[in-house]
Design a protein around this ligand. Sequence first.
Ligand code: BMA
Length: 320
Amino acid sequence: MNKVLTQELFHRHPANPILSVENWPYAANSVFNAAAAMFAGKTLLLVRVEDFRGISHLTVAKSDDGVHSWDIDTEPTLRPDPEGHPEEVWGIEDPRVTWLEELQKWAITYTAFSRGGPLVSLATTTDFRNFTRLGSVMPPEDKDAALFPVRFNGHWAMLHRPVAKLPSIESHIWLSFSPNLKHWGDHQELIHARRGSWWDANKIGLSAPPMETKEGWLVLYHGVRATSSGSIYRLGLVLLDLENPGRVIRRSEEWVFGPKASYEREGDVDDVVFPCGWIEKDGIIFMYYGAADSCIALATAKLNELVDYLLKCPPYKLED
Ligand code: BMA
């Protein structure tokens, strides 16, 4: 049998974990699931920080090389605002950021934890200091959302993951459209959870925001494998048509990254790799991921190897 190539596409950085509560300038339970952006020549992470009540907020950390010497805001950068936004009563989590060239703004999609369950909220910023909330954009239960950086036929597009209420129905990734970022519709199922014994059976969700390549939109997603001793979060890849993101061109069969290192296998939630951001620099992808809901780690990959691998996968076909 051939050596399993998919397991070698991403390489863990030797400095892992690159950020943990030991580095934090204020007391916190855990730091994980961070959005990533290149901002003013630096790597910026918008980090989910969970306090000792169990409530999360977001804090900015910046670094010149994206690995070492993080300059971390000394207090929460974006706190939940339960008075202005009751849907944030139990915290804000798992941000993804997308640069909207047309508006010259960053869009931040994040999970607001409301009394009715987690939902998708959106805010914009130009400086990661001041934030303009657009409020909730998808009702509960829905999370793992990110915007595409451009409009399609005049409409913004968002990937997100509503959760089915019936236990026998899988949770898939959906695509929705908006004329103004605030009101979303034309919802369509896009990437389906597989079934049975597959690694991504029953529940999947978007990981980092879609990345534009010549061959299509590269999508990183997580699959949640339910086992008798808990869930395993692993990652797969999808390629969407550049002009029509509602068309799936390719999808990996095998997972391309999963928990292996001790900091991924053991933490507040064992066996979790959970990227919310990736950055491309000179053909190298820097994937920042929450490890075991406890710390932040980095893995790198060559962009062309990810795309070449996907193009060798069989054309996408929806199973019954
Ligand atoms: C998901 C999200 C993530 C978390 C993961 C593993 O549902 O809530 O924030 O990292 O579970 O616990």
